[in-house]
Write a protein that binds this ligand. Structure first.
Ligand SMILES: CC(C)(COP(=O)(O)OP(=O)(O)OC[C@H]1O[C@@H](n2cnc3c(N)ncnc32)[C@H](O)[C@@H]1OP(=O)(O)O)[C@@H](O)C(=O)NCCC(=O)NCCS
Length: 189
């Protein structure tokens, strides 16, 4: 069962960010994706000394831990890969709810690494509330901003993996696999 239908009370719907409207600031936005282009009231900060501890404490559900690297590993990758990495924290108000990292390496010889979602972790207790969609749309917005027209993602085929999430968001498998992971793509309009 998808967690949003679970027992954890009412579902909160956050605003949707259409990639090509990324610079338009919806007045109803309650959420901030650091650097996403929203003019949110609380838009601020990338990973910073103030929030890095909380970022490293962010955990997905135990059964999902095999399908995504922990945030601390992603931050190490971001450090190692420099400008190709686009790590961002996702907040709702002051609450940290997730982490996403885009990968933008347009000259990479590997198609899958040129423009895509590299990591995505929504906190276990915050899943099913639209934050994952919001995070993906933020990466898409950043890709559009960089002049890209296509976003890719690699996902682990696993019973607790994100395949249905990405399919729901419009990604389609290309038919290629890289190190056992499925390559999906989404054309930006
Ligand atoms: C996959 C993940 C990012 C989804 O985040 P989320 O915040 O729970 O997803 P959202 O609430 O934004 O859901 C967006 C849409 O996808 C659907 N969806 C999300 N997870 C789904 C699932 N497991 N199965 C079917 N549909 C799903 C939702 O129903 C929703 O559809 P709707 O808006 O049309 O109703 C989150 O579960 C997670 O962090 N998983 C563990 C780590 C992981 O797999 N990361 C991806 C690595 S590539």
């Amino acid at each position: 069962m998808h967690p949003r239908r679970g027992r954890k009370g009412r579902r909160r719907r956050i605003s949707r960010l259409v990639p090509h409207q990324a610079t338009v600031a919806p007045a109803f936005c309650q959420c901030r994706v650091v650097g996403c282009g929203h003019d949110c009231a609380s838009a601020a900060g990338k990973v910073s000394p103030d929030n890095v501890d909380a970022a490293c404490r962010l955990k997905v559900r135990p059964e999902q831990e095999g399908v995504v690297a922990p945030v601390v590993r992603s931050l190490a990758d971001a450090y190692a890969h420099g400008e190709a990495a686009w790590p961002r924290l996702i907040f709702d108000g002051d609450q940290l709810v997730g982490f996403v990292m885009g990968g933008f390496d347009p000259d990479s010889p590997v198609d899958a690494f040129r423009c895509g979602i590299w990591r995505l972790n929504i906190a276990a207790e915050q899943q099913g509330r639209g934050y994952g969609r919001f995070a993906v749309e933020a990466v898409c917005a950043e890709a559009s901003h960089r002049g890209q027209r296509r976003v890719t993602v690699l996902w682990v085929p696993h019973v607790h993996g994100p395949a249905d999430f990405y399919l729901r968001l419009g990604f389609r498998p290309t038919g290629e696999r890289i190190q056992g992971q499925i390559l999906g793509e989404l054309a930006l309009t």
